[in-house]
Design a protein around this ligand. Structure first.
Ligand SMILES: [Zn+2]
Length: 410
């Protein structure tokens, strides 16, 4: 009988302990008041705030979440989010104040500490306090070496400051963390960073270092076109025009739609040797990419200087059909027409070809953020992504070709 009571007593003590534990988890003593921690998440303000966030109504979301947060002044995540919302609204000072005050809290664990510091780093970055942002993200990485958000932000800050070497090391850490699925993307970014290091060496006239960097970039990612172009420039500088021509010719196969970047360079080299090589190359490019107007323009220029304006004009009319918006084509056509003394039938053909065309500016567009630019850029100044620019084209009404760059169709 005594054993029975003892067992019951133990069971009761166990249940009491469990209930106390549950209550402790749920309630917390704040400034002499017991606060139900679940109340924050169950409060209508919390749900309302989330709904406003989803609807993109930041002001109303802030108002509701502030009310929810007042139910439990200790709710760390909610205050963290509120700080982030202040930042998104452009109130950087207020965001910094909010996050700094969270940092003052006693008993923050390691993960919480890293989270608050990450948000503070984002505030600093938004406010343009570069050094403070760098030290915040560095501190996050000390607490949590595998924090990808901190690494990504650090990488972009280093790129902004042209600290290519540091950015390279950061990207290597990111690549290691992300593992094989991310490898091609990281390899490509590393290649662009190598290319920047090469450009830096070029500026310092350290030609062999520059060549080494460009070669390393190509080895990392064979599609990094600017590395081919600049490697050729270095070879010309080192007195190796044949080597330059070789690497530029290689670049044509890497990216036929951007072949024009190597064309002018190759024309200069070929002019020194065989007369026929340049027109042959242009014809090969035109056959490979029928829409390439620049190869046609280059060949037309060549024919014109060789005294064949009629064939040059035919090529430019073809180029115009493919790309009616390129001002350079119109200029070239008028140039040739005036060489021929403006023959009426040809002028009439030109007017007929352009009648249905629409003209617009800034043909290069970032497929990630749609930033527009008059020239081809390798890194987007808006979203900072690498190699995201394509040339937006208008297809004439009569043209059957309707290919639009893949990234622009969504
Ligand atoms: Zn962009």
């Amino acid at each position: 009988m005594q054993g029975y009571w003892l067992l019951l007593g133990v069971l009761f003590a166990l249940l009491l302990g469990l209930a106390t534990g549950k209550a402790w988890e749920r309630y917390k003593l704040v400034e002499g008041r017991w606060i139900d921690r679940r109340r924050v998440r169950q409060s209508p303000f919390f749900i309302l705030g989330l709904n406003y966030l989803v609807a993109g109504q930041v002001d109303l979301a802030i108002e509701a979440l502030e009310k929810a947060a007042s139910l439990d002044p200790g709710a760390l995540e909610l205050r963290l989010v509120l700080g982030n919302l202040y930042r998104e609204k452009g109130q950087v000072g207020r965001a910094i104040g909010e996050h700094q005050s969270l940092l003052q809290r006693p008993r923050l664990n390691r993960v919480e500490h890293a989270n608050v510091l990450l948000c503070l780093g984002l505030d600093y970055r938004r406010g343009g306090f570069v050094d403070r942002a760098v030290s915040a993200f560095t501190e996050v990485l000390r607490l949590d070496p595998e924090n990808e958000a901190a690494l990504l932000n650090l990488e972009k800050l280093q790129e902004d400051q042209h600290q290519w070497r540091e950015a390279y090391l950061t990207r290597q850490r990111l690549a290691q963390l992300a593992g094989p699925p991310d490898q091609p993307r990281s390899q490509s970014i590393l290649a662009f960073l190598e290319h920047e290091l090469g450009l830096q060496a070029m500026k310092q006239e350290d030609w062999s270092e520059a060549a080494r960097r460009f070669e390393a970039a190509i080895e990392l990612d064979t599609t990094v076109l600017p590395a081919y172009l600049h490697l050729g420039d270095v070879r010309v500088h080192l007195g190796d025009p044949q080597g330059a021509a070789r690497i530029w010719e290689e670049s044509l196969d890497v990216s036929p739609d951007r072949a024009y970047l190597a064309l002018d360079r190759l024309e200069t080299i070929y002019a020194l040797g065989s007369e026929q090589r340049f027109p042959q190359l242009c014809r090969r490019l035109i056959a490979a990419t029928p829409r390439d107007w620049r190869a046609r323009a280059a060949l037309a220029r060549h024919l014109l200087s060789a005294g064949d304006p009629d064939r040059a004009l035919e090529l430019m009319f073809e180029a115009l059909e493919h790309n009616p918006h390129a001002l350079a084509i119109h200029q070239s056509i008028w140039n040739i027409l005036s060489t021929l003394d403006l023959p009426r039938p040809l002028v009439a053909r030109y007017i007929d070809l352009t009648r249905r065309s629409v003209f617009y500016l800034d043909p290069h567009v970032c497929v990630r953020c749609r930033y527009r630019s008059t020239e081809l850029l390798w890194q987007c100044p808006h979203c900072h992504e690498w190699n995201t620019f394509v040339e937006e084209r208008i297809t004439p009404a009569t043209d059957e070709e309707t290919e639009i760059p893949a990234g622009l169709t969504q």
